[in-house]
Write a protein that binds this ligand. Structure first.
Ligand code: B12
Ligand code: SF4
Ligand code: SF4
Length: 333
């Protein structure tokens, strides 16, 4: 199959950018992962770092693999910011874009025929490495995969197939002298161009199964999950923001959440409703911890009642975070 036939098929299925590469090891990425594991930059995350000998070796993912297809799906739509008592979610978490991408890649696999395997945000494959190799985008200083047409507002997925497809070359693009994301990151987590220390990254802390260190809490502001700061400032995202400025917010999208609701709701129901968010062991405590911090940063005296209930919690992390939140609200009052 030629590259243009693949592009045509992908367009029919609603994929925004697509590319193809041979299933060969991502040697640089494997080296980067091993170096950063040594330096502690991945904190205690497992994901693709647990077994780089698999996640950087697409040739092991399917017997008879001939091609690794990478695809990007743009998720940018305008949406309102939080009002009183609310917090924001990162844009990729407004809806389950991974599920949508998985379905589209599955449909692509069926249309191509032969055996195939779909991987989206899976521990077995470093999605950005495949996307860089097949020219879906280039690697930015904020480590995001940046596409030419949709900036970095894309989720990425991978289809390993036994069908042979003409490879598409990597893009000859880079950030040039820009360093807006490095300067804008609230916690200086981009420790050098193209390198993140997750121990400083807000997106990491909001999904980590630990108490969030006090100095990080103020930087979280009214963010309940994920962080978009290093993408909000990126000039490569301006075009897509303009083009989609009039787009409708999908009905099932939740750009903001009610913090009181997160704190009052039954924990199991909360993680079930937000199952698109990665929450270690599906333990609602981590979402409740995030809500307490956001309320501490943005709430008013009237929010104290719901927080007091957590001060009395048997869970040490929640009760300490709740005390901290009450102190923040009292200080502001
Ligand atoms: C672990 C993980 C995280 C961790 C660590 C992120 C990281 N930078 O590695 C945390 C929790 C912090 C995280 C956060 C986010 N994530 Co995440 N995450 C992953 C996951 C599961 C694995 C990533 C991985 O393997 N990293 C390994 C390291 C080695 O990769 P890297 O940092 O990209 O390293 C490259 C650069 O350093 C580059 N490089 C090296 N030297 C230099 C020098 C220069 C000058 C440059 C420019 C580059 C460069 O080479 C390295 C690769 O060889 C993937 C899903 C998957 N299965 O792939 C999603 C994924 C990367 N995440 C994604 C998203 C959407 C996010 C968030 C935007 C979510 C949010 N809004 O909060 C943030 C963005 C933070 C950021 N700026 O990266 C998307 C990214 C889409 C895209 N356009 O790139 C992915 C691909 C999920 C998906 N399938 O769509 N994530
Ligand atoms: S996601 Fe937020 S905290 Fe993490 S590197 Fe980007 S701006 Fe910094
Ligand atoms: S903000 Fe500038 S340096 Fe950062 S990723 Fe975008 S273009 Fe590259």
């Amino acid at each position: 199959m030629t590259a243009s036939e693949l592009a045509h098929l992908a367009e029919e299925l609603g994929l925004d950018v697509v590319g193809a590469a041979r299933p060969e090891p991502y040697e640089d990425t494997e080296r980067h992962i091993r170096e950063r594991l040594e330096l502690g930059y991945f904190a205690d995350m497992r994901f693709t770092m647990a077994r780089p000998e698999v996640s950087c070796h697409p040739e092991t993912l399917l017997p008879g693999a001939k091609t690794v297809i990478s695809a990007a799906l743009c998720y940018y739509t305008p949406g309102p910011g939080p009002e009183g008592g609310e917090a924001r979610l990162a844009r990729y978490a407004w809806r389950d874009h991974y599920a949508e991408l998985r379905e589209k890649l599955d449909a692509l696999g069926r249309r191509l025929g032969g055996s195939y395997r779909v991987l989206v945000d899976a521990n077995h494959h470093v999605d950005r490495a495949g996307a860089v190799r097949s020219g879906v985008g280039f690697s930015g200083k904020n480590t995001m995969l940046i596409t030419r047409t949709h900036g970095s507002w894309v989720v990425l997925g991978t289809l390993v197939t036994a069908v042979e497809i003409e490879p598409t070359p990597p893009l000859d693009l880079n950030c040039g002298s820009c360093r807006l994301c490095i300067d804008a990151c609230p916690t200086d987590a981009i420790v050098e161009a193209g390198v993140i220390d997750a121990r400083l990254c807000l997106a990491y802390w909001l999904q980590a199964p630990h108490p969030i260190p006090e100095p990080v809490r103020a930087d979280l502001g009214d963010q309940a999950y994920g962080c978009d700061v290093c993408q909000d400032v990126c000039p490569w995202n301006r075009g897509v923001e303009k083009r989609r400025s009039g787009a409708e917010l999908p009905e099932d999208a939740t750009p903001t959440v009610s913090l009181v609701d997160w704190l009052e709701r039954d924990g199991a129901a909360l993680v079930a409703e937000f199952d698109r968010l990665y929450v270690p062991k599906n333990d609602p405590r981590w979402l409740q911890r995030n809500a307490l911090i956001a309320l501490g940063n943005s709430g008013a005296a009237g929010d104290a009642d719901v927080i007091v209930r957590y001060v009395e919690s048997d869970d040490e992390i929640l009760s300490e975070t709740a005390e901290w939140a009450l102190a923040q609200i009292a200080d502001r009052a």
